[in-house]
Design a protein around this ligand. Structure first.
Ligand SMILES: *Cc1c(COP(=O)(O)O)cnc(C)c1O
Length: 396
């Protein structure tokens, strides 16, 4: 990762640290578990309700979370450059919150066609039932000017995209959206706030699956929605309240604990993945194409260099002259890589990309099966040896 001079790493480490009481404090914020906020006087209760009504991030009820949650929100706020962060019980519920908070019957939304699959499979049917219409756009073709409708209210993007890491020109998309009075929301799960900052590049809202790199240890589900726009923050807060979204204090603590080591983990995932990606490029007899934006010949490399501060552990590749059954046998033959979907933990994973999903990405032109690797924190030499033995056993 290039050196940063903006103090972000330091601020992320110290965000939400407990204040001194009588001259002493623990390093970490306590896990505050409660269902009820207890008040000394009725007037205290009324005063706190007023502050919450005015939009302040204070808690009047257990569902809003207490000190542990405020500390986590502060750390995510630093990562995203946001003034308001709303926690959700999963990444997908955070994405749903964005759509439900911003859209009303008869509204239209433009969604990047290489977006995270459940947006199309789960959120679109729900929003359609509520009278919202969806159009998907090919983000590699520039801004979707021809698809804009008078009722378009939101553009939803994800860079790099799921499975193939299509990098998009987010600043251009933001300029286009704002020129037409449309909001731009971006899924920032890949960049986790350290590698990419959609709000600084012009997006109005950034959403992350905290489940992935911030959690970092494959032991929690969580999401976050972030914005630097107070009016949007208010709208998101009201919808968050209406949906009753709540995160347990233990999970909030785990996420904050993960974020303290996010930078060193991501740097190592990125180094290991680049080694694995370069190795995969040497297996040209079995691999047709490697997808990793940090590779100089990746189509998104230029935009990635311009807008990103590093790359993560996700590397995908298309097999040459192979059928789905061989891709399946290949992942079965791996010993160190588990077969699994939710990446971002310390361990390596492999997944045969569902062809129904990548076929919907206009970025994908092939027919061969695609395997997605999450390169973990193991010794990359061991991972490369494992991939090599699986290639030899199944495909050579
Ligand atoms: C995993 C993921 C999500 C959903 O997160 P969950 O916590 O699994 O619900 C959303 N967007 C992207 C890009 C993801 O990879």
């Amino acid at each position: 990762m290039p050196a940063r001079d903006d103090g972000l790493l330091t601020r992320v480490l110290h965000a939400g640290s407990p204040p001194f009481e009588n001259g002493a404090a623990p390093v970490n914020v306590p896990v505050v578990r409660t269902s009820t906020v207890r008040f000394e006087q009725n007037a205290d209760r009324i005063a706190l309700h007023r502050r919450r009504e005015a939009g302040e991030a204070v808690s009047t009820y257990g569902r809003h979370g207490m000190a542990t949650h405020r500390a986590l929100e502060a750390a995510i706020g630093e990562l995203e450059g946001a003034s308001r962060v709303l926690l959700a019980p999963s990444g997908l519920s955070a994405v749903s919150l964005v759509f439900i908070a911003l859209l009303s019957p008869s509204d239209h939304v433009l969604v990047q066609d290489s977006v995270y699959g459940p947006v199309r499979e789960r959120i679109e049917p729900l929003l359609k039932r509520l009278g919202v219409s969806f159009t998907y756009f090919n983000a590699s073709n520039g801004v979707p000017a021809a698809l804009l409708q008078p009722t378009t209210r939101l553009i939803y993007a994800e860079s790099p995209s799921s499975f193939l890491y299509e990098v998009i020109d987010l600043p251009a998309l933001a300029a286009f959206a704002h020129e037409h009075g449309v909001l731009l929301a971006a899924d920032n799960t890949w960049g986790a706030g350290l590698l990419y900052q959609p709000l600084a590049l012009g997006a109005d809202i950034s959403v992350q699956a905290i489940t992935k790199y911030p959690g970092g240890h494959s032991d929690l589900m969580q999401g976050a929605v972030s914005t630097a726009n107070p009016a949007l923050g208010r709208r998101l807060l009201d919808t968050h309240d209406a949906l009753g979204l709540s995160v347990g204090a233990d999970d909030a603590y785990l996420a904050l604990r993960g974020i303290r080591s996010l930078a060193v983990r991501l740097a190592q995932h990125g180094r290991n993945a680049l080694e694995v990606a370069r190795y995969l490029q040497t297996e040209g007899d079995v691999i047709a194409r490697v997808f990793y934006p940090a590779l100089a010949d990746d189509p998104g490399h230029g935009l990635w260099q311009r807008d990103f501060k590093g790359a993560n552990g996700l590397v995908s590749f298309a097999l040459r002259r192979a059928q789905a059954a061989e891709a399946s046998a290949f992942v079965d033959a791996l010993r160190l890589f588990g077969i699994g979907a939710s990446w971002g933990g310390y361990e390596s994973l492999a997944l045969v990309a569902p062809s129904s999903r990548i076929r919907e990405h206009s970025y994908w032109r092939g027919a061969e099966p695609v395997v997605r690797l999450h390169v973990g924190l193991e010794d990359p030499a061991d991972l490369i040896a494992d991939l090599g033995q699986a290639f030899r056993r199944v495909l050579k």
